[in-house]
Design a protein around this ligand. Structure first.
Ligand SMILES: C[S@@+](CC[C@H](N)C(=O)[O-])C[C@H]1O[C@@H](n2cnc3c(N)ncnc32)[C@H](O)[C@@H]1O
Length: 270
């Protein structure tokens, strides 16, 4: 694992990511698959697959005549992904690899998908060059990267909490997670030799489980609360309570909450 790669969860955190990130990620998965018209029989790479949300959905779409490979740099994420993958034919194939050095032959994939990974790559240009190398001519990439946090009230409030309770480095690292711009992505596509690049904003409403239960779990499944987790359960609980307080206006009588989340959705063709 390179030190510069972002969003590195350790220990039992990948298991919590699978549980607590699901509500946020779920509404965007279909948007990513639809934008490349994922078809039965396609050969697909889910890059920065994490615990495998996109890989599982892609495998269902490409069916028995297609195949999904999934790569991530983080061993713990891959362990959960492999455990959660449905047994099907052909199985999803999980590989530990950095985005800028993929262990695949040239021109083997019809589609590369990358949900909320690109903003964490230490070298986005090198990663997209690797994507271009492994895509067949005419193959397509679709990636998402969160829009500025001000467009997603949950993230905006979470940033304020990390700024107050976390270290300055954690707050700076969280800011970086929202720093990918349409211009940066378009330039990286061009530099990689990918054509017909498009970038647009996609907003989806996310309905969370009861906020008082879900927020502490979600807070324990992001890398920017590591110092709080190391300080002990009381520190994380206090920060989580503050976040719940900031979000109280979004709460329904049953304790659930609904928030808009906005991402950049970028596509290009080899
Ligand atoms: C926010 S998670 C997204 C995971 C997954 N795509 C999803 O939809 O839930 C970001 C992922 O990017 C991975 N990542 C970060 N830097 C990477 C790199 N250089 N190469 C490959 N994966 C990387 C992390 O390990 C993490 O699993």
């Amino acid at each position: 694992m390179t030190d510069e790669s972002g969003f590195q969860l350790q220990g039992s955190a990948p298991g919590r990511y699978e549980q607590f990130a699901a509500p946020i990620m779920a509404p965007f998965i279909e948007a990513v698959l639809d934008t490349v018209d994922l078809f039965p029989g396609a050969q697909v790479l889910d890059l920065a697959c994490g615990t495998g949300f996109v890989a599982r959905a892609a495998a269902a779409r490409v069916g028995p005549t297609g195949h999904v490979c999934a790569a991530d740099i983080n061993e713990g994420m891959l362990r959960i992904a492999a455990a959660k993958a449905p047994r099907m034919y052909p199985d999803i194939e999980f590989t530990q690899a950095p985005a800028d050095s993929l262990p695949f032959e040239e021109a083997v994939f019809d589609v590369v998908l990358c949900q909320q990974g690109a903003q964490f790559f230490p070298d986005l240009d090198a990663a997209l060059k690797e994507v271009a190398r492994v895509l067949r001519p005419g193959g397509r990439i679709a990636l998402t990267a969160w829009a500025p946090k001000e467009r997603s009230p949950y993230f905006d409030a979470q940033y304020r909490v990390i700024e107050e309770y976390g270290t300055p480095e954690e707050a700076a690292s969280l800011r970086q997670a929202f720093s990918c711009t349409a211009d940066r992505l378009a330039a990286a596509f061009l530099a990689a030799g990918l054509r017909d690049g498009t970038v647009h904003l996609v907003t989806r409403n996310v309905v969370t489980p009861p906020l008082n239960d879900w927020v502490p779990g979600q807070m324990s499944a992001i890398p920017w609360t590591r110092s709080l987790q190391e300080a002990g359960p009381k520190a994380l609980a206090r920060a989580s309570r503050t976040l719940c307080d900031l979000l109280v206006n979004h709460k329904a009588p049953d304790g659930t909450a609904t928030f808009p989340f906005t991402t950049l959705l970028a596509t290009a063709t080899r």
